[in-house]
Structure formats: C-alpha cells, structure tokens
Design a protein around this ligand. Structure first.
Ligand SMILES: [Zn+2]
Length: 362
C-alpha cells in the first residue's frame, strides 16, 4: 500500500539512484511520518460492509491466508518490494502484514468471504458466482482503502511541501477512482447476496497440478489487449470515462494451484481481449497472466524458498518497476502509446514465467 503511494509521488529513476543512505533515512522518516498522519486522517468510523460503528478494524488480507501459507517458510515470504528497489521497503513480510487493509470489522472479515476463503472450494470444477462476488468485493475494498489513504496523503503533502496545484490534481484523480471503486463494491456486495448466479463472467479458470511460487489477488485495469487494441485509456480523466478492471487470482494451494480471470457480467470492454486470450495454449495463457501480474501490479507474494538468482533477473526487475513508475499521470498526449508499449503483453517471453512447472514449490 505504501509503495503505491510512493511511486505516485513521482520518485524518478535519477532521484532513486542519487539516494545515498543518509538521504534514504531522511526521506523515509519524513514520508513515514506523513503516512502515519495520513493513515490516522483516513480512518473511517464505520465498517465499510455492515456500516456499524467500529473502532478497531480487522487487518484484512487480500490474498487469502491459506494461500500465503503454501508459499511461506517459517511464516515468511517475499513481497514484491524485493524486485522494486524502493528505499524503505522491508525485504520480507510476515503473514500478518502482507497486502492488508483496515476498513472492515472482524465479524465481516470472518463471515463475508467464507466461500472463497475455503481451500476445499478449489477441488471442485470452478468457482461459484458467489465466490467471484466475494473476491471482487475484497479487491474493491482494498482499492477503496488505498485511495482513501492516498487522498489524505496528497492533502498532507500539499500542506507539508507547499505543493498545492500538483497535489490537488492527484487528489481529484484519486477521488474519481474512489467513487468508481465504491460503485463496483456496491455491485459486488449485492451480488454476494443475490440468488442469481450471473453477476460475474468467468473468462478463465484453470486448475494446475503443482504449487505456484507466487500468490496474487487483485483487480487490474488493462491498458491494451494482445493485438495492441486499447482496453482502458488510463490517461483519460474526463469525468464520464470510467476505467474498467479485470479480476485476477493466482492461488497456490496445498498440492495444486488455481488461476482465474473474471469481470463484471455485461462488461464488454474486455470481450476482444478475452477472445484473443481463449485462443492461446494453456502455457501461453499462464505466461500472459504472469506478465500482467509483474507489469501491472505491486502486490504479489513470492515463495520464501525461491532461488535468489531469479529474483535478481534484470528483465524481471525492469518489468516490475518501469511500468509502475510510468503510470504516473503525465500531461503528454502520447502517454497512452507509451503505456501500451511498456505493458505490451507480447513481451511476455522476456521474463521468467513463475506459473510454469519449472518454478513450482517442492
Ligand atoms: Zn462489519
């Protein structure tokens, strides 16, 4: 969560390279205290799901704990911070602190997601619509929590650094995002209680007979499809243009893994991409998912026993970091073209495919 905010602050490659240790500590302290204040400011009074008053929020996991357990050694696993060299990130994370958010109460956390957070559910043919709704709801809650924090952070940065113009622009974008996530959350919440099973469209589900060394669960706004067509114009900030995301899960289980991709039913922005994706072989599909995770997301978890040499792979580091920085909002007209290039799914062969059998957890 912290890293996303950081990158949005626009720490450039040059700035990162010129960071000596003393500066790192200083920067880290200053940002740390701003984050702390912003976190307190962003704290809600009520649980986001049941809307009951709440003073002690649950530390909710985005990726289910039972998945993280399958890639941890003595309770520890690696976080994406191991690939993206940001100065203040911890090298590994414990089960309690990875990709968590705090906007719902304990009762909701332990009851609302119970269908999909049950490992037994993945020995069946595929997830139920209710499970997908729960996953979507969780993803949107995490995004909501992230945006709420960012909005406060931008406000506080504006004050602290006297940078009002840039920050109010960032804040406006985050607020638009927040509104969209809240709409999607409401849809998912309703779907969880719905008696109909057509709320989400499962485009891809596969059960793989070995254990993946990575765990992932999030919603991602894809920029372009496999043929270079635009899916989301992420630089279009007109208020009526809504960014649409797709949900992707990579769950390592005890002796096998599942991978899935879905979106809200009736959402046709992804139809072309889904059609192109369906034509790929099983191996290529996994490569695409693998590339999407590393290029678009900052929240994936690695098996603690993974070969360190692989994490040092230069192409992998590049894909993992250049793109996340390049998403920073830019006034240039050709941003979309540049983004399409850096997110080009046809570059999927340039990085190791962690979903292939080669890297399985043994
Ligand atoms: Zn609640």
């Amino acid at each position: 969560m912290d890293k996303v905010s950081l990158l949005k602050l626009g720490l450039t490659e040059d700035e990162k390279n010129t960071f000596d240790n003393k500066k790192k500590v200083e920067f880290s302290k200053r940002l740390g205290s701003l984050l702390k204040v912003s976190r307190a400011d962003a704290k809600n009074d009520e649980c986001f799901i049941c809307e009951k008053e709440c003073s002690s929020f649950c530390n909710s996991h985005s990726v289910p704990k039972f998945c993280l357990q399958n890639i941890s050694v003595a309770g520890k696993f690696y976080h994406s911070g191991n690939l993206v060299d940001m100065p203040m990130l911890d090298k590994d994370k414990g089960l309690g602190e990875a990709g968590t958010f705090k906007i719902i109460c304990r009762d909701c956390d332990s009851s609302v997601f119970s269908d999909y957070e049950n490992p037994e559910a993945y020995y069946q043919e595929g997830p139920t619509d209710k499970m997908l709704a729960q996953i979507a709801m969780k993803n949107h809650l995490k995004s909501i929590s992230k945006r709420q924090l960012e909005i406060q952070l931008y406000k506080n940065i504006a004050k602290e650094f006297d940078n009002h113009e840039m920050m109010s622009h960032m804040e406006a974008i985050a607020s638009t995002d927040l509104k969209e996530y809240i709409d999607e959350f409401k849809y998912a919440k309703k779907a969880c209680q719905s008696k109909w099973d057509n709320n989400y469209y499962l485009s891809y589900f596969e059960s793989i007979p070995y254990v993946f060394p990575i765990a992932f669960q999030n919603n991602i706004a894809l920029v372009s499809d496999l043929e270079g067509g635009t899916i989301n114009d992420i630089y279009n900030h007109l208020s009526d243009y809504v960014i649409k995301s797709v949900h992707i899960c990579v769950f390592p289980l005890e002796n096998h893994s599942v991978v899935m991709m879905f979106c809200r039913n009736g959402e046709n922005r992804y139809s072309k991409f889904f059609k192109q994706f369906k034509k790929l072989s099983s191996e290529e599909k996994l490569k695409v998912i693998n590339y999407i995770i590393f290029s678009y997301s900052e929240d994936y978890y690695f098996y603690k026993g993974i070969d360190q040499d692989i994490l040092g792979n230069e192409n992998l580091k590049d894909v993992a970091k250049t793109t996340s920085v390049s998403v920073a909002d830019s006034p240039f007209a050709d941003s979309l073209t540049a983004a399409k290039e850096s997110y080009d799914l046809n570059k999927r062969d340039t990085i190791p495919n962690f979903l292939s059998e080669t890297y399985k957890v043994v």
